[in-house]
Design a binder for this molecule. Structure first.
Ligand code: ATP
Length: 215
């Protein structure tokens, strides 16, 4: 089975928390969606930012589809859904926002339009196409942010606390989407029941190490 992401002996820390990650090993293969749970400040977001090439490992390696992940280098194969969806919404309208990714990948206009319509349909946000992203509710913003990621057709999607700020109904929409979508990835969350519903494996990040948990 294709290996999408491979992390070996990853170490990382900040000034005040120098030993945050102390030898992380992780593999995401086709069909895998890993859930990561852990206390506040255990390093879950940091781990995602390392996978997304936003941060540079202090030791160890991260490879995506067999290529070394180089911090600061754009990885079209990896989509990231940030904890605060508003942070990644930049278009004047929802449709323009979702078009931004494929446009920047150099897709022809007809393909951009096709990808936008498809992503909005999958995330059930087509009715929001003409709306201003920053005037949407938190739940609507989250699904639009996911649509923007899907329009880039990534091979791996990293989600940082996707259920944060969602009410039960929006959570239901998200779960329905995640159950239908087969893109492999990693989901960081504080909600074990949610992770059990949408992930193939759950890992606990504790004291700088990942430990498998029973589903
Ligand atoms: N840019 C930064 N500079 C210095 N310290 C940071 C930085 N970002 C995060 N930290 C610290 O690193 C630790 C881990 O933060 P991180 O956001 O990765 O944790 P988390 O597990 O995602 O937490 P939460 O569940 O609260 O979202 C925290 O103690 C945090 O204060």
């Amino acid at each position: 089975m294709t290996t999408l992401l491979e992390i070996r002996d990853l170490h990382f820390g900040y000034g005040a928390t120098p030993s945050l990650l102390q030898g992380i090993d992780l593999t995401v293969k086709a069909g895998d969606r890993l859930g990561i749970i852990g206390d506040n400040g255990s390093g879950k977001t940091t781990l995602l930012l390392l996978c997304a090439a936003v941060l540079k490992p202090q030791r160890g390696t991260i490879t995506c589809l067999g290529q070394s992940v180089v911090a600061g280098q754009f990885q079209p194969a990896v989509g990231v859904v940030l904890q605060q969806p508003a942070d990644q919404l930049i278009g004047a309208t929802v449709a323009e926002d979702v078009a931004f990714g494929p446009e920047n990948l150099g897709c022809p206009t007809s393909e951009v339009q096709q990808r936008v319509q498809q992503a909005l349909a999958i995330t059930r946000t087509a009715h929001l196409a003409g709306r201003v992203p920053h005037q949407l509710s938190g739940g609507e913003q989250r699904m639009v942010a996911i649509a923007g990621v899907l329009a880039m057709q990534p091979q791996l999607i990293l989600y940082d606390e996707p259920t944060a700020f969602l009410d039960q109904r929006s959570c239901g929409t998200l779960i329905e989407f995640l159950r239908a979508d087969t893109t492999p990835g990693i989901i960081v969350s504080h909600d074990p029941a949610f992770l059990r519903t949408v992930c193939t494996q759950i890992l606990l990040l504790e004291s700088g190490h990942l430990h498998p948990l029973a589903l």
